[in-house]
Design a protein around this ligand. Structure first.
Ligand code: SF4
Length: 231
């Protein structure tokens, strides 16, 4: 475990560094104990591209809830092949049909917290077990994430959590994607700023004037699936 003083020192150092250098440090420091977690959203595309430039193939976890959009599954396959990813699709043992038998139809409409816990949070917690550090695509310009440090101690997972794009904003991410002609989810061109599961209550096109995550869990106060809530 790193001390607060060590984390502060690294955060000061990383604030002046490029995301690529931060990823290089993470790869050098953690080796096979480093995990990347992505849902193939724009920030994730940048991180996967930078890792390919570094010629690194760390384990990449993506949570497959069984309820993703066809466009997301297609992008996953395309990017896995293009970047020769060491991709692990993390799934709960409970199929969508079994979940319906156990908890009733469309649990996401009645208790999205429980649904995310079953289909996203718990499986990823299990997958990350034993790793020393994980990389996320969190950015400070995203709603509710303004205080995201580049590096922090994740108490829940008892490991380091890195957000190398914390200081980038949405326009920088898209400039990188277009500049390097990287693939991205086709739904972004149809008004979806943030893309999760396909039930309409979980992912909808972004409202006019709304923030980049305003299309998520539109019928509730929920803003996060829970993966990033207890670091
Ligand atoms: S985003 Fe919706 S469907 Fe997906 S796990 Fe969460 S509540 Fe369930």
């Amino acid at each position: 475990m790193m001390t607060t003083a060590e984390l502060d020192r690294l955060n000061q150092q990383f604030e002046r560094q490029s995301p690529k250098n931060i990823l290089r440090w993470a790869l050098d420091t953690y080796g096979e104990s480093l995990a990347i977690v992505t849902s193939f959203q724009p920030s994730g595309m940048v991180i996967l591209h930078l890792l390919s430039e570094l010629k690194a193939r760390p384990t990449v976890f993506t949570v497959d809830t069984g309820l993703l959009f066809p466009e997301t599954y297609a992008l996953m396959d395309e990017v896995e092949a293009r970047f020769n990813l060491n991709l692990v699709r993390v799934r709960t043992g409970l199929s969508v049909a079994q979940q319906a038998q156990q908890f009733g139809d469309a649990l996401w409409e009645r208790d999205s917290g429980q649904c995310c816990q079953i289909r996203k949070v718990a499986p990823l917690d299990d997958a990350l077990h034993g790793y020393g550090a994980w990389v996320t695509g969190l950015r400070r310009d995203q709603p509710g994430r303004a205080s995201t440090p580049v590096i922090q101690w994740d108490k829940k997972h008892d490991m380091l959590k890195l957000s190398p794009l914390a200081m980038w904003d949405e326009s920088a991410v898209w400039a990188h994607i277009h500049g390097y002609e990287l693939p991205y989810n086709a739904l972004h061109d149809r008004g979806y700023a943030s893309i999760g599961c396909r039930p309409e209550v979980c992912t909808a096109p972004t409202s006019v004037g709304g923030d980049s995550r305003s299309g998520r869990w539109v019928n509730s106060a929920k803003t996060e699936c829970g993966i990033h809530l207890s670091a």
